[in-house]
Design a protein around this ligand. Structure first.
Ligand code: 15L
Length: 257
């Protein structure tokens, strides 16, 4: 498939550019900065938020857009509106204008981060953002739903957990998404024949995972990594008060008092 990735120079963008290319997709990227590795040749450097021509050009002829571009952490309310809602609106409009049938949107677990921790949480749990970041992601999920219903764009919203080379905290033993599984998840969303509108959690097959992967697996996601392999190393370091506080809500430190 011809796949356009926004935010291609970011951590997840570089991983997906390389991984989806290896999987056989024809990948083009767009980002405000040049990627710091081999993905450079596949990435247009342009301001997605302002440059209409560059956006139209990079999505032209695409079979799907993977929309990652955003500030991937807490920011001001104004920045959250801009980076999540306005930017996603631009990408969805560009998809409709160019006839791109499918969008994979990088949402976040922080859309439901103020949900008290429970053994298993489905994608149907009520929206409970833990930050302006989470509000922006939840609002952008709603925008994706509108573009699916109104314009027929197939959309997968990925509530990504903790994307890291390896889990780096007690919480990440539950929330980790490995680079390999990130590629597998997005590839499944690109290929799923009847995507419709789907919300899925983006984590690896973590033994201690608390987000239900049923909707992701139904799309064909078959995660292979498990944060448990790193548990002994992480638990060798004594737990802190922050670990205890971060264990109360799904969003961890984002939901601290
Ligand atoms: C996210 O959505 C953030 O982008 C990332 O920086 C982490 O904080 C991650 O969630 C997480 O919950 O660990």
């Amino acid at each position: 498939m011809r796949v356009t990735i926004t935010g291609a120079a970011g951590r997840i963008g570089r991983c997906l550019t390389a991984g989806l290319t290896d999987t056989g997709h024809d990948v083009r990227g767009i980002d405000a900065v040049e990627p710091a590795d081999d993905a450079a040749g596949q990435c247009v450097v342009a301001d997605l938020g302002r440059d209409d021509a560059a956006l139209a050009d990079v999505v032209a002829g695409a079979d799907a857009i993977v929309h990652l571009a955003a500030i991937a952490s807490e920011s001001t309310f104004a920045e959250a509106l801009d980076t999540h809602l306005r930017l996603t609106h631009r990408v969805l409009e560009a998809a409709v204008a160019a006839g791109v049938p499918r969008v994979v949107y990088a949402s976040s677990n922080h859309a439901v981060g103020f949900t008290p921790r429970a053994p298993i949480v489905g994608v149907d749990t009520p929206i409970r953002p833990d930050s302006f970041y989470g509000v922006g992601k939840a609002a952008a999920e709603a925008l994706c739903s509108l573009y699916h219903d109104r314009h027929g764009v197939a959309v997968a919203c990925l509530r990504i957990g903790s994307f890291r080379p390896r889990p780096d905290s007690r919480r990440a033993l539950s929330t980790w998404l490995s680079p390999g599984d990130a590629v597998r998840l997005v590839d499944a969303c690109l290929r799923a024949p009847d995507l419709g509108f789907a919300i899925v959690y983006g984590i690896s097959a973590n033994t201690r995972g608390w987000w239900d992967l049923t909707t992701a697996r139904a799309l064909g996601y078959d995660p292979v990594d498990d944060a448990e392999s790193f548990a002994a190393d992480i638990e060798a370091v004594p737990a802190t008060d922050d670990d205890e506080v971060d264990g109360r809500y799904l969003g961890g430190s984002f939901a601290r008092p």
